[in-house]
Design a protein. Structure first.
Length: 211
C-alpha cells in the first residue's frame, strides 16, 4: 500500500453498518436527479454491496476501490458486477468515461489528498452536467461537544489506533469549500442517522455546471 491509498480488508460482501441510514437517502436522491441515462460510478465501492443494490434498482454501475480484497469479494458475491481495483488518484475518466452521477459513500474522510479526490469526482461527471452524491461522518459543534462529554474523543472517529481510520474530519463548511474550489455548484447537505444535531453522517449533493 502506497502513501496515497488507504486500503481496507474485506472478509465478505455484506453491506456495512452505514447502509441502513445512508442507502435510502442515496436511492431517493438518484431517483430525483437522474432521468433517462441511469449510469452511475461508485467511487470507493468497497465490497460491491452498494453497487449491487443499485444494479437491482436498474442502474448501470461501474465501480473502483483500492482494496483488492474488497473487489475480490464483490466479484465472488456479485458475478458480472463491473468493479475494478483503482482509486481517486488514477485518471478514472480516461479509463471509464464520464457519468450522469457519481456516488462515493464514507470515502473522503479516508483520503490523504482531498483536492485530488474531489477533482476525480468532478472529472467523472458528464460535461453536460452531472450530480455527485458524497457522504462522510457528520461533525458539528453540538455533536463534538456531546462526544467530548461522553469521553468519545480519541476513541471513535478520531482514534489514532484505528488502522485505515479517518484521517480527515469534515464539517459542512469545509466540505462545501472543497467542492466549490473544485467547481461544483448548487451544493446541498442532508444530515442522516439520529436527530440532525447529532447526525451520524452528512450527504453532500453537488452539481457539475453545464459547460
Amino acid at each position: 500500500m502506497d502513501e496515497q491509498t488507504c486500503s481496507y480488508s474485506y472478509g465478505d460482501a455484506e453491506p456495512s453498518h452505514t447502509a441502513d441510514y445512508l442507502w435510502p437517502h442515496v436511492f431517493e436522491i438518484l431517483e430525483e436527479e437522474i432521468t433517462g441515462d441511469r449510469r452511475v460510478f461508485d467511487l470507493g465501492c468497497g465490497n460491491g454491496a452498494l453497487a449491487a443494490a443499485l444494479e437491482e434498482r436498474s442502474y448501470d454501475v461501474t465501480g473502483v476501490d483500492p482494496s483488492e480484497a474488497g473487489i475480490r469479494e464483490a466479484k465472488e458475491a456479485y458475478p458480472g458486477l463491473d468493479v475494478h481495483v483503482g482509486s481517486a488518484y488514477d485518471d478514472l475518466e480516461a479509463q471509464y468515461g464520464s457519468f450522469p452521477a457519481v456516488v462515493s459513500l464514507e470515502v473522503v474522510e479516508h483520503v490523504y489528498y482531498p483536492r485530488k479526490y474531489a477533482a476525480c469526482v468532478y472529472d467523472l461527471l458528464e460535461r453536460g452536467g452531472g450530480v455527485a452524491v458524497l457522504s462522510t461522518p457528520y461533525h458539528g459543534y453540538l455533536k463534538n461537544l456531546a462526544m467530548a462529554l461522553l469521553g468519545k474523543i480519541g476513541t471513535t472517529h478520531y482514534s489514532p489506533l484505528w488502522t485505515h481510520g479517518h484521517i480527515k474530519i469534515w464539517s459542512p463548511s469545509t466540505l462545501q469549500q472543497l467542492l466549490e474550489e473544485t467547481g461544483f455548484r448548487d451544493i446541498q447537505f442532508r444530515r442522516v442517522g439520529r436527530i440532525p444535531p447529532l447526525a451520524k453522517s452528512m450527504i453532500a449533493i453537488a452539481k457539475k455546471p453545464c459547460q
